[in-house]
Design a binder for this molecule. Structure first.
Ligand SMILES: [Zn+2]
Length: 77
């Protein structure tokens, strides 16, 4: 079972699931970037490579909140 943790982009607030995996012998030294704002993210840590899975941007979560308010209004009328 792979261990994952939450990661929030320090620049734009996008939410990621961060997964650590043992680095392969010939790990490509690629810079990872935030999919939303292109902020450079750490690609390795303590002999592990890091993988980021976008779960939501700050903008997407505020839109969800707005939709929640709209459906509240509909039930009232
Ligand atoms: Zn970002």
């Amino acid at each position: 079972m792979s261990k994952h943790e939450n990661f929030v982009c320090p620049k734009c607030g996008a939410h990621y699931k961060l997964v650590r995996m043992p680095a392969p012998a010939h790990a490509p030294d690629l810079a990872l970037r935030c999919k939303v704002c292109q902020q450079e993210l750490a690609s390795s840590d303590d002999g592990n490579i890091l993988k980021y899975f976008l779960v939501g941007s700050a903008r997407a979560s505020s839109r969800q909140a707005a939709e929640g308010r709209r459906s509240e209004k509909l039930t009232q009328t």
